[in-house]
Write a protein that binds this ligand. Structure first.
Ligand code: FA5
Ligand code: MG
Length: 431
């Protein structure tokens, strides 16, 4: 996919796949990050992400069928990852000051458009199209730390299931999805708490308790069934209360794997405001979102998230989509040595970590300059000189190539390029 910065004015526009996007002071996508658009690892045959994706889709096809035996769920796996702030946040009822909107957490193209931070960004639009049972899968982009389980691009799969009163209760029962006069009650009610610390597990005011409990029961049954389909029926799991702006109540499903609790998905009863605004005012629904890499790392024993981007045949030939029910364990081709180098630099006067210098900016710069040979970066030291009042930081950068041994000379050269880029970008002074 071709990307370039507008020639006439170096920062005025960005061209992505033939389309021109204006840039502004929110723009923080890098050419490196834009190079992931259209790669579609989740659709690459015999790739572990594609295998997991297909297993989940097949499970949903088998779980939910219409009276003619056809799958109820439709699948959207090639929606553009370029979304609006409305799609990623506003439509999902994120408060205007929610931290996850920050520039330091997302990749913005400009103040109105960003690379989706979750596949939930498509939820409201698809409901507005009239869909009621669907899966959305694709890559998502988040600015985050660098280690073997975090990568700025990973893949999610989201689901929505909407039902009507008849589907939920059957035609004969005298039960309702909605409380009688909830519109009036909602008008006078205090505004719901939107802080991420609020784990309010009470139902939404509009819903009847019967409707919520039935929906919760169906959703949890299906999701535990999915986890058992993937991890085996002996699986130990637990539900943890959580908060999402777009569901209430909300939960995370954790599974015990090799003695550790691992969060595999978030889910909940969809906020009715979202359904109302998308024209589904007579429905109640559940939604969930899960991470494909996280599942694949566990199921295939893949130790490093960078491997999902490897084109090395030694990696790729180990996975085969012909038998989706026999998941092989990944056998490392061999482990190449790590090489660790520190980089210390003075920041300009008045600038410090969290005061004009975000570690995520440094991580992005390293990714752009060095690419995937960087396995890990950590901030190992901070120092303030009392005389000059300048702050300095020291990052430890661990280099390791996934397919061969790096020479010290190669590492030194990359390290030097990072230092040069640092001087240029942050007006830093190397120590
Ligand atoms: C979300 O992204 C919500 N949109 C999920 C959701 C959808 C909730 C619909 C309710 C209804 P969260 O940020 O927790 O939530 O990510 C969801 C899943 O993505 C996690 O459970 C995990 O499996 C995966 N995930 C999150 N961050 C990472 C990461 N840095 N690396 C790999 N996988 C991740
Ligand atoms: Mg989470």
């Amino acid at each position: 996919m071709a990307t370039s910065v507008g020639a006439a004015d170096a920062k005025a526009s960005l061209e992505i796949d033939g389309k021109i996007y204006p840039t502004d002071d929110w723009t923080n996508v890098t050419p490196k990050i834009l190079s992931y658009l259209g790669v579609n690892k989740h659709l690459q045959r015999n790739h572990p992400l594609s295998i997991i994706r297909q297993r989940i889709i097949n499970y949903f096809y088998a779980c939910y069928r219409n009276s003619r035996g056809n799958p109820l769920f439709s699948v959207y796996d090639q929606l553009s990852p370029i979304v609006t702030v409305e799609q990623n946040f506003d439509n999902l009822l994120f408060p205007a000051d929610h931290v996850s909107r920050n520039k330091s957490d997302c990749y913005y193209i400009n103040q109105n458009q960003l690379l989706r931070a979750h596949t939930t960004a498509h939820q409201a639009d698809l409901i507005a199209c009239g869909l009621d049972n669907f899966l959305v899968t694709g890559e998502v982009y988040r600015r985050d730390e660098i280690d073997c389980t975090h990568y700025p691009v990973f893949h999610q799969l989201d689901a929505v299931r909407l039902v009507t009163k008849d589907t939920l209760f059957g035609r004969n029962l005298d039960l309702e999805i909605f409380e009688n006069d909830w519109q009036f009650k909602v008008k006078d009610a205090p505004k719901p708490e939107t802080s991420s610390k609020c784990l309010d597990q009470t139902k939404q005011m509009c819903h009847t308790l019967e409707a919520v409990k039935l929906m919760e029961h169906e959703m949890k049954g299906v999701l535990v069934g999915l986890a058992q389909d993937l991890f085996g029926s002996q699986l130990e799991y637990r539900w943890v209360d959580t908060y999402f702006p777009f569901t209430q109540p909300s939960w995370e499903l954790e599974v015990l794997y090799n003695g550790k609790w691992l969060e595999v998905l978030g889910c909940g009863i969809m906020r009715h405001e979202i359904l109302q605004r998308s024209g589904a005012h007579n429905n109640i629904g559940y939604a969930f979102g899960l991470g494909l890499e996280r599942l694949a790392m566990v199921l295939f024993d893949i130790p490093d998230i960078r491997l999902f981007w490897s084109n090395d045949s030694g990696f790729l030939k180990q996975f085969n989509e012909d038998n989706l029910h026999k998941l092989p364990k990944y056998k490392p081709i061999s482990v190449y040595p790590q090489c660790s180098n520190d980089l210390s630099f003075w920041l300009p006067l008045g600038v410090d970590v969290d005061a004009g210098f975000a570690c995520n900016d440094f991580y992005d710069l390293v990714r752009s300059v060095a690419g995937d040979v960087v396995e890990q970066i950590s901030l190992v030291d901070r120092f303030k000189n009392r005389k000059t009042n300048k702050s300095s930081v020291c990052f430890r950068i661990v280099y390791r190539h996934m397919e061969r041994t790096l020479t010290q000379a190669e590492v030194n050269e990359i390290h030097k390029s990072i230092a040069d880029a640092c001087v240029e970008t942050f007006k830093a002074e190397i120590r």
